[in-house]
Design a protein around this ligand. Structure first.
Ligand SMILES: [Zn+2]
Ligand SMILES: [Zn+2]
Length: 610
């Protein structure tokens, strides 16, 4: 048993030795923080302090004081002193007995336990800076003076070794950078991300909500959020209609047998909600028997395959493109739910394209072009496609055993990508079981990354479902299937869009497009007629009149992120004009009412980025 464990430990040590310069700096800063904390609270017991993706942390067990951000100033001040003292990080090796004695004498029970993790025969190393000594594999920077820019971030409660049965510890998070400029840039980016957080904006704008009685991960879309959803669906439906798709609608659940055919059961069972069991009526005293199990659907594909096979198909009907905004349900672990980014019910911009091998390249190309068209609409300037291919060594195991189909489709996909001049990377050995796939990585204005659901080729499942069409030679053939969802799910895509636009949606998407503000009661009638005219054309316009001052009403509209304000006073009324103000852009001048209406309609119809 011991020897089997050994390589894993080795690897961890190797990884530690391969710590990047930044991690080395941050880990050293964790030691500096622990030095400062033990100076201020000498009774603190220490656990561990590794570097993390954003910086580092250190876990303390401390009686009689709960750390809070109010302590940060004092701790940071003490850290600065440690840095100024320019202490050397000195590596020491101790025998197991020496190490044990060292920590027992100092009343450090966690360190004593952590010593037990180090395998027999492995060197036990300590690092000392000034008076602070820690059990540590290192490495560190040379001196505390090398740590020039740091900041404490937050505190959190945690459990020793992450186990709730163990004592609770207090964790202090911090970060460090090679210099002040980099630290400040990172802090500014964090602040920007916080402001753009879709959970925060979603609440402030009343876009969506969660309710304990409905259940975790099951978002409720409020009126303004529903507008966003419907606008996206309209865009998708128009785009797909133009591209020759046909719409279908399917139920939210299906019998167990279908998911066995699709292979979701048993392989995907953990990600699905548990089944609903229909029970046969039993006579008194007899045991009830389960007659049928139904599952909420985790994917739309099997339902669409059933529509394909509902009638005999001929090659003349191909490519057949079936589209649906299908709602799927996945049982994500509750700890993994996060706002709209990870949910349990999701509305997917789904479609399945059934085609012949000869039609594949053209269909695949058209799908890619659809992605690019959407990116243009939303102003995603930076993106990258990740093309995942198979590994011929693992056919029949990780990948369906169809060597020729793999080669042929991968060559076709590669050709299409090169020909379209799309920025892509090829990732071997990452394809889906049943065919190559493409993930798309897009970047928001603020640089945030987002992966849009895949574009997949499937040459295994159609045969599992017995899908067939009659070829020109009157033979039965199995079609290829392309799974695609360029807008992913409403939930994730909107989370991304909310952050991309920081809630300041372009006119066509804005939940409230126009607010009409008459200055006095004399303009009330004209303002109402303008509201009615705009609404007749489908514009989301609201007239707002109150005795509040105009400035206050404008401020309120700006805060609600209303896209365009049309202000009407006596002068404008007389000239059959309105004063136009755009959210975040200020006054656009007084213009004739008719001109304003037609410009708004044009801007909406074009889904312009403004
Ligand atoms: Zn250390
Ligand atoms: Zn699918």
């Amino acid at each position: 048993m011991e020897s089997a464990k050994q390589p894993v430990v080795r690897k961890t040590l190797d990884e530690r030795n391969q710590m990047s310069d930044l991690e080395r700096l941050r880990h050293s800063c964790a030691h500096i923080m622990a030095t400062a904390v033990t100076r201020l609270w000498p009774q603190a017991r220490l656990d561990i302090g590794p570097p993390t993706e954003e910086g580092y942390y250190y876990d303390f067990d401390l009686d009689g004081h709960r750390f809070s951000p109010e302590d940060f100033e004092a701790i940071e001040l003490e850290m600065k002193k440690v840095v100024k003292e320019n202490q050397v990080f000195e590596r020491q090796t101790k025998s197991r007995e020496e190490a044990l004695q060292f920590f027992q004498e100092r009343g450090q029970p966690f360190k004593v336990e952590r010593l037990g993790d180090i395998p027999e025969g492995e060197a036990i190393t300590f690092y000392q800076n000034g008076e602070f000594v820690d059990l540590c594999a290192g490495p560190h920077v040379m001196r505390t003076g090398n740590v020039k820019a740091f900041k404490l971030l937050r505190v959190a409660a945690t459990y020793y070794r992450g186990n709730e049965k163990n004592p609770q510890l207090q964790r202090i998070y911090g970060t460090a950078f090679p210099n002040k400029t980099q630290l400040n840039e990172w802090l500014a980016a964090q602040e920007e991300a916080r402001k753009r957080d879709h959970r925060r904006i979603g609440k402030a704008m009343q876009l969506f909500t969660f309710d304990d009685d409905v259940g975790p991960g099951l978002p409720l879309w409020m009126p303004k959020g529903s507008v966003l959803i419907e606008e996206l669906e309209k865009l998708a439906k128009e785009t797909e209609f133009e591209a020759g798709y046909q719409r279908v609608r399917t139920p939210h659940l299906a019998k167990e047998s279908m998911y066995k055919t699709s292979g979701h059961l048993p392989y995907y069972a953990e990600s699905m909600f548990p089944p609903m069991e229909l029970v046969e009526d039993a006579a008194e005293g007899e045991k009830e028997e389960v007659k049928e199990r139904y599952y909420l659907k985790a994917m739309n594909c099997p339902h669409h395959h059933k529509i394909f096979s509902a009638v005999p198909r001929s090659y003349r009907e191909l490519p057949l493109r079936l589209a649906e905004y299908g709602t799927c349900y996945r049982y994500e672990q509750s700890g993994e739910l996060m706002g709209l980014m990870r949910v349990r019910s999701m509305q997917m911009n789904d479609a399945h394209i059934y085609c012949t091998p000869d039609q594949f390249a053209a269909e695949f190309k058209a799908v890619n072009e659809m992605y690019l068209k959407y990116f243009k609409v939303f102003g995603f300037e930076k993106y990258q496609m990740r093309f995942s291919t198979h590994d011929s060594e693992r056919l029949g195991e990780k990948f369906v055993d169809e060597p020729e189909l793999w080669k042929k489709t991968e060559d076709m996909v590669r050709e299409v990508l090169i020909e379209s001049g799309i920025d892509y990377v090829e990732i071997p050995n990452e394809a889906a079981f049943y065919g190559p796939k493409i993930d798309v990585q897009v970047y928001s204005i603020s640089g945030r990354e987002f992966t849009i659901a895949t574009n997949q080729v499937d040459f295994a499942v159609p045969s599992r479902f017995g899908l067939q069409y009659r070829s020109p030679e009157n033979q039965f053939e199995t079609p290829l299937c392309i799974h695609r969802a360029p807008l992913g799910t409403h939930e994730r895509f909107l989370a991304f869009l909310i952050e991309h636009y920081a809630g300041n949606f372009p006119l066509w998407l804005a939940p409230e497009q126009v607010r009409i503000l008459p200055i006095t009661e004399d303009q009330l009638e004209d303002a109402k007629s303008l509201e009615a005219e705009l609404r007749r054309h489908g514009v989301r316009a609201e007239m707002e009149y109150s005795h509040d001052k105009l400035q206050g009403r404008i401020l309120k509209a700006e805060e609600s992120k209303v896209h365009t304000m049309l202000i009407m006073g006596a002068k404008e009324q007389e000239a059959k004009a309105v004063a136009v103000r755009v959210h975040g852009k200020g006054n656009q001048g007084v213009r004739p009412r008719e001109q304003v209406v037609s410009q708004l309609l044009e801007q909406i119809a074009l889904r312009s980025a403004d």
